[in-house]
Design a protein around this ligand. Sequence first.
Ligand code: ATP
Length: 328
Amino acid sequence: MHKISKLAVLTSGGDAPGMNPCIRAVVRTGIYNGLKIVGIRKGYQGLIENDMYDMTPRSVSNILNLGGTILKTARCLPFRTDEGMETAYKHLKEQKIDALVVIGGDGTFTGALRFSKRYPDIAVMGVPGTIDNDLYGSTYTLGFDTATNTVIEAIDKIRDTADAHDRLFFIEVMGRDSGAIALRAGISCGAEAILLPEKTTAIDDLIENLKAGQHNKKSSSIVIVAEGDKHGGAYDIARVVQKEVKFYDVKVTILGHLQRGGSPSAFDRILGSRLGYAAVNALIAGETQKMVGLEANHIKITSLEEALNQHEFKLEEDLMQMAEILSI
Ligand code: ATP
């Protein structure tokens, strides 16, 4: 059983709205329980470069509403090497840090688990923070709700102009391996079609669907394309479709990095607070090599090993079918 007295927190991988509320919860829950707290800048890079600072409850004042992460984040190649891990461990020991909360995605968890197996005297706890919502062990990950709302807001605006000009828009959203944002945004905005990495939609079927929409007097059509769709990007698909669908003026919008930014939604603020609070309490209770998640509105603790092994992208067939029916 790990008894901890000094805890460090970092954010790693892609930034996600909700990371700041989570950092705040980690810092304040830790201090409330008598722990010393250290913030590590730029994820695992800060561990290797010894870029750390002591945190107090005031270090996290007025950050609940901020997107991004006050600790900054990075993708750090040297942490994948034995030497990198050894340097990170040396810096943690020098600071007498005995526990680590890592907020990030599956890459971050993979690094944390490898590190903790090598140096088991440092307890680790993962918090799922990624807009892609693609981690086993939590129904929702930090940032997914905010990112989806950002996408919806943008698509609503595009729908106005699409409708005014009888246009067909292909809108590319984030999701290299996961269509979670595309599917939720598609349902919320009444997209005529949703193209996801988990399912290959035949282009001929898409064209038939769009023709049927025009026959049914639709004045505009929106096709959402997750960036990991197997046909390529939205531009590639639009080029093919434009040749067959003459009745619409075809346009493409890539939403890009605006999807990562913005003030976290109420959902992500509460999720970040709950997961940060739970992560520290789990470490105090002696847990390590685990992640905290939310399932059926309850905190669930899953081993990192299981979370990473179970990791797979499942298509939510029922939601997909509903989206198709509701867009006739
Ligand atoms: P996102 O879902 O937003 O991409 P992520 O946590 O999956 O987040 P990655 O860039 O895959 O983002 O991983 C973050 C960091 O975790 C990497 O930059 C690297 O420092 C560390 N990491 C990833 N895989 C490993 C590994 N096999 N061994 C050690 N460290 C790793």
